[in-house]
Write a protein that binds this ligand. Sequence first.
Ligand code: MG
Length: 440
Amino acid sequence: MSLFGTNGIRGILNETLDPELAYKLGMAAGTYFEESEIAIANDSRTSSDLLKQMVAAGIMNAGKNVIDLGLFPTPGLQVYCKTHAIPGVMITASHNPPEFNGLKLVRPDGLHPNKEQESEVERIIMGDLYYKTTWDTVGRIRSEDASEIYIARIHKFIKVAKIRMSRLNVLADLANSVATKTTPALLRSIGVKYTSINGNPDGFFPGRNPEPTEENLQKTINFAKSGGFDLTVAHDGDADRAVFLDENGNFIDGDKVVAIIADHILQSKKGDLVTPVSSSFLIDWVAKNHGVKVHRTKVGAPIVADELEKINGLFGGEENGGVIYPEYLNARDGAFALAMMLDIIASEEQSISKIVGKMPDYKIKRIRIPMNRDFDSIKKELLNKYQDFDKDETDGIKLIKGDKFILARKSGTEPIIRIYISAIDEDWISSRENEIRKII
Ligand code: MG
């Protein structure tokens, strides 16, 4: 049995996630990591207090001290762990619906454990191999506000004075969760005026679903269209992601955000880029302009981060708007993405829609199909239908024609098949969509 899925431990309190497991994970983390302190943080979910107390109790019973950062973004905890060289535990279910919660470990280098390290923690839990403390060595707990440490780290990668002079105005959709703690503070610290919505932490997520898709952001989009904002940012539940709207309230595809930030970083530094097979050929266009390479991986932020580490890559990103800059932190960070976007607007002295408009308009159509048939038979039919396309089997099946492609893959988290169709030409996309819907 495996406790850890692609996103750590996820479930619904007392249905698929027992509080006792949180206690055990705390004990296992205290046993597994050598460091004498472990930092913890949580999102705004209704069960986060309960689960966090259980994790903290487990850590203390393994003889380690707990530093509680409170309501705080996952990447904020990761930055804290990295700068203090101590491990951490994050209590969050990221973008999942309100009833879910989850637990994620952080290593002393700020990254999530790899599969082998997770198996080792699992072995401690399954085998009841915990270190148990005595009355005179039991751990203690203290609270700390790590906002300043986190924001100071982001400042190192942007031109603060330039942003300050640009007098930008931002609409910030804080998703009723951790971003309420840090995004307004970041914006204030760089002299950006802001209006926030969904700005109070609330585990029922009354404003919107915590996943920042265009569909879920309709209220925010309407607000942004009322005008006056240079940029709109919307976070997910643990703020490791940010999506953006331009000054007219139009949704900027995450694929384009990755390309814009990659282009910006490549203007002062050279290095290879990493992106999953689901991203459009826009990233290749950027790479070609700067004479660097693109490495394609399976879909998933940890996989992109692993590849960046392996090849010593410069920058990575996913078409859902996740951006990873290893020099800052080899993990996704929504506040960092926001800071980069503001840095770009300030440096270019142009509106974000103009900056986006300078790039070729690659589009990605994303389709979710309930998995009511065997993936292999769908794959076979696609291969048969598109025989003259190039094939790539990195993740599912990708059929490529020049700079256009169709990708079909099984979702790692839900019983669905995800289809991506990408091209500049919208008619090509809709023709392929019609054909594929007939096949499936
Ligand atoms: Mg997230």
